[in-house]
Design a protein around this ligand. Structure first.
Ligand code: NAD
Ligand code: WQD
Length: 351
């Protein structure tokens, strides 16, 4: 009988992690989560269990705790790791760079050491479209030049470099069990599971567009500031590739499957864009929200936000070809599902 695969999910109580846990459990994987709950609540894990009627082995643990990680690897026969754990607020990373390098880069190094010691060398890593910096053209392909404009982005670039180096070293040494790594470069995840039970639950005032729009529409915040209307785009506001978080979550299962395919046989570290290939402006998002949900979003035009780029959207062709994955949900799906979560949980998991 085929053994059920066990996946360790770091940061599994977070926004993307919790949605990925649902998909993993529904696909028949055993799921072990390690999360220090810095930016999440245990309630997210409980809700995932409620949706799937299955249990998660949960450890409240920091990935910087090597002994703790070793214990987790000893307690479960882990087949692969999906690594979400990290800090992700761009503005905060500019003010507290040491914290970001320590948590994201050192945290990943500790995790890699624990994986190596346990002989687990399959990894799916949460990278970001931020590694393309300000791209010369769109759509963005995986072979575009990489750069970063803030400490958060640099942590993602550094981790990508570290993972490429680990993989190259194994290939040079012809290691029998080489690193097999998928770098998933997410574009802009939004939306929620269709149940409305899990979703994005920002700790403070949201930095990202969609949670801000939701909190204005629900009456928690008074007005959205649209950061700039003088960009070289169809209506002057910034254009992004918004992707439904459930489509994104499914991409992780496709990446896990790919690690067992022939093109990973000798070990490799490969990047994949997870985006839809469509670009929508801030005003497109606000207008679509108002049309689909039928609620007004009070906004004003404000100056550009420092560090923002005009346009960013993916060429997702490589992920489609190599992973057999493509985003399926529409912008209306993303907005309806996001609103369902917001409306039924106005205070997030504390509701
Ligand atoms: P999130 O903050 O909701 O989830 C991250 C989780 O990691 C949280 O539950 C947090 O408590 C946990 N965590 C952080 N540091 C930890 C540590 N040292 N030890 C253990 N747990 C720790 O964020 P998310 O939106 O779900 O993002 C997941 C990953 O995807 C992150 O690495 C993020 O950088 C990356 N990413 C996110 C986006 C986005 O827009 N949401 C875009 C691109 C990439
Ligand atoms: C989208 C658009 C804003 C808020 C960030 C990170 C990136 C990645 C995803 C992790 C832009 C505009 C926003 C607001 C606005 N995270 N906006 N008013 O900037 O594309 O990406 O999150 O890897 O690294 O930089 O996403 O949602 O913040 O902004 O007008 O209150 O909405 O200017 O054009 P962004 P976002």
């Amino acid at each position: 009988m085929k053994k059920t695969m066990t996946i360790l999910v770091t940061g599994g109580a977070g926004y993307i992690g919790s949605h990925t846990c649902v998909e993993l459990l529904e696909a028949g994987f055993n799921v072990v989560v390690v999360d220090n709950l810095f930016n999440s609540k245990h309630e997210a894990i409980r809700r995932v269990e409620q949706i799937t009627h299955q249990e998660i082995s949960f450890y409240e643990l920091d990935i910087l705790d090597k002994h703790g990680l070793d214990r987790v690897f000893r307690s479960h026969e882990i087949d692969a790791v999906i690594h979400f754990a990290g800090l992700k607020a761009v503005g905060e990373s500019c003010l507290q760079p040491a914290r970001y390098y320590q948590n994201n880069v050192n945290g990943t190094l500790v995790l890699l050491e624990a994986m190596h010691d346990a002989g687990v060398k399959k990894l799916v890593f949460s990278s970001s479209a931020t590694v393309y910096g300000d791209p010369q053209s769109v759509p963005i392909r995986e072979d575009f030049p990489l750069s970063a404009t803030n400490p958060y982005g640099r942590t993602k670039l550094m981790i990508e470099d570290i993972l490429r180096d680990f993989s190259t070293a194994d290939q040079l040494a012809n290691t029998p069990n080489p690193w097999k790594i998928a770098l998933l470069r997410y574009f802009n995840p939004i939306g929620s599971h269709v149940s409305g039970l899990i979703g994005e639950d920002p700790r403070d005032i949201p930095n990202n567009l969609m949670p801000y729009v939701l909190q204005v529409a629900v009456g928690k915040l008074s007005q959205l500031s649209i950061f700039g209307d003088d960009y070289p785009t169809h209506d002057g506001t910034g254009v992004r590739d918004y992707i439904h978080v459930v489509d994104l979550a499914k991409g992780h299962l496709k990446a896990l499957a790919a690690l067992n395919k022939d093109f990973y046989a000798e070990g490799a570290c490969r990047p994949f864009n997870l985006g839809t290939g469509n670009g929508y402006s801030v005003l497109d998002m606000v207008n679509t929200f108002q049309q689909v949900i039928g609620k007004p979003v009070n906004y004003k035009i404000a100056p550009r936000r420092s560090g923002d780029i005009a346009v960013c959207y993916a060429d997702p062709a490589y992920a489609e070809h190599a992973l057999d994955w493509r985003a399926e949900k529409s912008l209306a799906d993303m907005i309806v599902d996001a609103w369902r979560w917001q409306e039924s949980n106005p205070l997030g998991y504390d509701s």
